[in-house]
Design a protein around this ligand. Sequence first.
Ligand SMILES: CC(C)(COP(=O)(O)OP(=O)(O)OC[C@H]1O[C@@H](n2cnc3c(N)ncnc32)[C@H](O)[C@@H]1OP(=O)(O)O)[C@@H](O)C(=O)NCCC(=O)NCCS
Length: 177
Amino acid sequence: MDSSDVLPLKADIVAVRVSKLRHIRALQKLTRTIWRQHFPGIISVEQVEYMLHRFYGFWSLFKKRWKGENFYLIRAGRRHVGYFSYTTEHDSPQAQLNKFFLLKEFRGKGIAHAAFQHIIRRCEKAGCKSIWLAINRRNNDSITAWERLGFKVVREEAFDIGNKFVMDDYIMERRLD
Ligand SMILES: CC(C)(COP(=O)(O)OP(=O)(O)OC[C@H]1O[C@@H](n2cnc3c(N)ncnc32)[C@H](O)[C@@H]1OP(=O)(O)O)[C@@H](O)C(=O)NCCC(=O)NCCS
């Protein structure tokens, strides 16, 4: 593994670039735990299960990873405690923070803040001028965290994801200059 594939975040906490099939399996398992812990109350249990099935199947993640979404698993010691992913495209000045999820007991400890320094550096290096993300409008604690990290709500969007489910999101953006 290349040293740039392991990002130091905090004492004993690193982010490891997803490069193996077993990493994808770990990410999938972690997603189920975090989503079932975090999202009921924000969206219905049925929508959580639908989205896990539709967007977090093994091959769906595999395709995203190999099409260029940069996935990192966050490890505290030997334990997987979260993950994030971001995308840069050579013809777009906008990078996307696709995912950032931590187990509950690892939130509020500065992990996103530390990871974000790496993400910003990499996006700037790729020529990006801003970074955006989509977040559920009722996901208040996480919206506050992103605001503290410099993001602003720029618009609302509703995505029809099938099976009569809709994602009511805010699009948040942070300029990089
Ligand atoms: C959103 C999330 C990734 C942020 O990661 P984190 O490691 O907890 O964030 P940090 O500890 O680095 O905190 C970043 C800033 O947000 C603030 N913050 C974090 N959680 C907060 C909360 N629940 N309420 C208010 N502020 C909060 C921190 O104080 C910090 O601000 P500061 O730099 O001014 O001190 C994490 O909380 C999470 O996994 N949430 C659940 C999953 C989710 O909703 N993900 C986002 C999907 S888009």
